[in-house]
Ligand binder design. Structure first.
Ligand SMILES: [Zn+2]
Length: 170
């Protein structure tokens, strides 16, 4: 943010509340870019055949697949956002979302609020996604950052409860 979004003056870096922030030089304007993380909802969508992983159209790596993610609408309950993203991005009917946990994702300056839910119907990808695959829960592998932390916790919970290979929820 090189220019103040309030008054258009060039911002400069200043040490404030323990960190360097971009601030507006105009003391009357007083704008400070706090750069607070944005909350994002992530959803482990599990159909009777397995967990749906999708490739986003903007990802150059064609082999990269992830669980579903999306931004919250203003005033929206994160749990409802998880259901909405499932309907919008995959065309599936979601049911009984449960919170897995909340995770930092510093690289993207986000905080991930992760849910698991069961879903049914026929997958119909929206324009944000161009490929998907369905992975049985006992074949799921986590990745060590971002939404992968939620997948790891979900898998750990499954193995503790002994339901890693069961067809729970069908
Ligand atoms: Zn300003």
């Amino acid at each position: 943010m090189s220019y103040c979004p309030n008054c258009g003056k060039a911002t400069h870096s200043q040490y404030l509340d323990g960190r360097d922030r971009l601030v507006c030089p105009d003391t009357e304007c007083g704008f400070i870019a706090w750069n607070n993380p944005i909350p994002v909802v992530a959803v482990i969508v599990e159909t009777p055949a397995g967990v749906v992983l999708a490739h986003h159209v903007s990802w150059p790596d064609k082999k990269k697949y992830s669980i579903i993610t999306g931004f919250l609408e203003a005033g929206e309950d994160p749990k409802e956002a998880a259901c909405r993203e499932t309907r919008e991005e995959l065309g599936l009917i979601p049911e009984s979302p449960t919170l897995i946990g909340v995770y930092p994702f510093a690289r993207a300056n986000q905080v991930i609020i992760a849910y698991h839910l069961h879903a049914h119907g026929d997958i119909l990808l929206n324009e944000e996604l161009d490929a998907c695959k369905v992975v049985p829960r006992n074949k799921m592998k986590a990745w060590p950052f971002g939404t992968g932390l939620a997948v790891a916790d979900w898998l750990a919970e499954l193995s503790q409860s002994g339901s890693a290979t069961s067809d729970h929820g069908q």
